[in-house]
Design a protein around this ligand. Sequence first.
Ligand code: UDP
Length: 327
Amino acid sequence: MNILVVGGAGYVGSHAVRRLIGAGHCVWIYDNLSRGHRGAVPEGRLIEGEVADGPRLIEVMKEHRIDAVMHFAAYALVNESVVDPAMYYRNNVIATLELLDAMRQAKVERFVFSSTTATYGEPGLSPIPETTPQQPINPYGFTKLVIERALADYAAAYGFAYAALRYFNAAGADPAGDIGEDHDPESHLIPIVLQVALGQREQVTIFGEDYPTADGTCVRDYIHVCDLADAHLLALERLQPGRGLCLNLGTGRGTSVREIIESCRRVTGHPIPASIGPRRAGDPPELVADSRRAKEELGWVPQFTEVDEIVSTAWRWHRDHPRGYPN
Ligand code: UDP
């Protein structure tokens, strides 16, 4: 297929691009490089543009005879969405609706959407199946849920074929070592802990140790970014007109903040000083996926089952690219 990967220069998008190319698809990346990196995409495949630019998108889709769109271009930080919700609604909702309109006009009806565990809010059960009510507790989660709803309506009315993939915590990097996670500023746990091992930070602050979890720190389901990429490819192959596939993508295994720090100590051999700080607003105590549906529907089997393996791939990337991508 000819696939337009919107936001394909970002962290998860760039890994999906590699997987799609590996499977023989013809891939074009559409990205404004506001948070993505030129160095994360193969030469000659990048089209620079804005998601809100409908006419341009229509032109691109027609010119490259696009069969399917994967959409990774969104802002994805909870705190930032609370501070600047307008930016989140504009980019994650309005621009995405422009993209969907452009697809309709260009007669492209296959869509794979990056959704999130944040659409569940604080579900209070673990693991979390897809049938859990979606009650987001921050603007980021709401923006993603709005698009999930729009997609269900577009599927019913216009015959759209879509998948909404609800990621848990994306982590790690391609074992090849040349693409990985590069955010500025960095706010995610594993890269921050590895920056301590690199001497770029003095220590890591654990946001709260009084949660109702085994060791008092928050528990998350860390899923390798290459396993996410595999799920995108499998979902693309199973899209059906008028039907939506809403799938959780996680390992089903919870890992606490302390366990992540311990894993990083083992992998890097660095003592990694840590201190305890206050809770971070909006952090649910535990988010672990029930991903049986993705396994049944897609035949998806995550390959990276051990946290140390995931952290090792992240470490390789950060150690070899201490300043991230060159641009
Ligand atoms: N966290 C932490 N210290 C940090 C960054 C993150 O204790 O410097 C915790 C955070 O509170 C959460 C977990 O690590 O419980 C994962 O946070 P991250 O931002 O990586 O992903 P999120 O779960 O917010 O999507």
